[in-house]
Design a protein around this ligand. Sequence first.
Ligand SMILES: [Zn+2]
Length: 276
Amino acid sequence: MESCREEVLQWRVSKNVGLCEPNNGVLPKSVVCAFSSRQGGVSTGAYTSLNLGLHVGDRPDNVVANRRRFASAIGIDLEGWVAGNQVHGKDVAVVGRKDRGRGAFSQDTSLAAVDALVTNEAGVWLTCYCADCVPLIFWDAQGTAVGVAHAGWRGTLAKVGLEVVAKMVGNFGCAPERIHVLIGPAVGSCCYSVSEELARLFEREFGSGPLTNREGQTFLDLKAANREYLVRGGIPPDQIYVSGLCTSCLPGIFFSHRRDKSPTGRMAAVIGLRER
Ligand SMILES: [Zn+2]
């Protein structure tokens, strides 16, 4: 299985908030996309400092303040954020301007039991929340439709990424060969040791491709597994960009559920279409 290409994301500090954005030229001009870090927020303790997850036990007012900071840093409005109540599933919600703000200020208003969102309407900022799980970001080459998915090992094996592609094709008329995907910062095969049972589930799907053995342990490359499913689903390999950033390797930059245990914070991946 092919390894990561040159890093697709660049680090930037905007209004004191640290974040990662795709390199210049990767996205169509109409598309906004960013990945948050843990730097630049108001949360304390295990959530220090830019925790963007409302569902992990942090003070809600701090999380909303952090979200406002991150939204402002990337030039979007928190009023337009949309979030799903993530359950490690494969369901995708098609959302639009009517859904602006769902899950932005309260977990109760998020879309129930969805790990992925798609839209073709401007000003709808699709989000997902991860601390090791893989954020998948989708856009079509014309810059008229976007998607996001949260893929831990369960979502990966459920092919949540291909469910997003199917929704973009079925609802917006996108062609798979015109869809681009960015696989964001997540726990890497450097740090993700898995049980033999879990390794066997992946081996059944991919052979030994995403698995490596060292020091008596088996390590899984979840990003590579997601990439492989997308290639099998018709996404051109050169339109899949894989971040080499490992959330577990970079404690000053990212939260990591495996490294820090519970409680810890969450980063957000955001994508949307600019309002013109
Ligand atoms: Zn690592």
